[in-house]
Design a protein around this ligand. Sequence first.
Ligand SMILES: C[S@@+](CC[C@H](N)C(=O)[O-])C[C@H]1O[C@@H](n2cnc3c(N)ncnc32)[C@H](O)[C@@H]1O
Length: 230
Amino acid sequence: MISPVDDFLPVRLKAVHDMAVEGLDDLTGRRIIDVGSDHGHLSLYALIHDNFKSAVLTDIHEAPAKRSEDTLRMYGYADRSEVYCTDGLDGVELNEGDIIVMAGLGGNNMIDIMGRVAQREDAQLLKSLVWCLQPQKSSDKLRQYLFESGFEITDENACEDRGINYVILKAVYTGVKADYTLKQKYYGPVILKRAKSGEEDALRYKQRLDERFNIAQRGDEEIRKMLEEV
Ligand SMILES: C[S@@+](CC[C@H](N)C(=O)[O-])C[C@H]1O[C@@H](n2cnc3c(N)ncnc32)[C@H](O)[C@@H]1O
């Protein structure tokens, strides 16, 4: 079915959606949870294009939560969606197999939200969740949190939308802390592999980071050390 939503889901959110559902065969028993849903377009797109059982949308502010609710209702998905005005996933009951998307939030905000979930849920449920994350900033801190808190970064890619480069990560909880290099923390383990094999989006993203880190190293010892890593 062609929908007006196809026209206004930006390249960035389409890339987030595609990574979220990539490799997952049967979505019929799963929910997509969009934290920081704002307009609700990502969930609407997923409900139209995938077989998700339902969508859960959360936003910390009332106006965007209302916008999300209006969008889903306007397109006839009120009965397959729930909208919460809450901080992250506070007060939201998680189900096994939920796919949780956080796009356009800062990395530190994501760490707080994931940390609270990790504290309250048992390991079996945590291991069944899929996280798809598009941090607006602090992706290095987010990766460090994931490596050190028992999450595995299963995929990563970059996209360019209206001249801005974005990184998207997919992570699952394994309970096993990972060793990591500073290059993996700052560039991303999968981005490095993709760039090495010449993938255009990852290469362009890496080149932008190269430029940024070359300047930042002057005042940041860890970045200087990272650039010296082989
Ligand atoms: C920049 S918008 C991004 C909207 C959409 N996810 C996207 O990528 O286009 C960030 C949204 O996240 C919401 N937000 C920020 N921190 C949040 C939190 N801790 N919990 C839930 N929503 C949050 C804001 O109110 C805002 O609507």
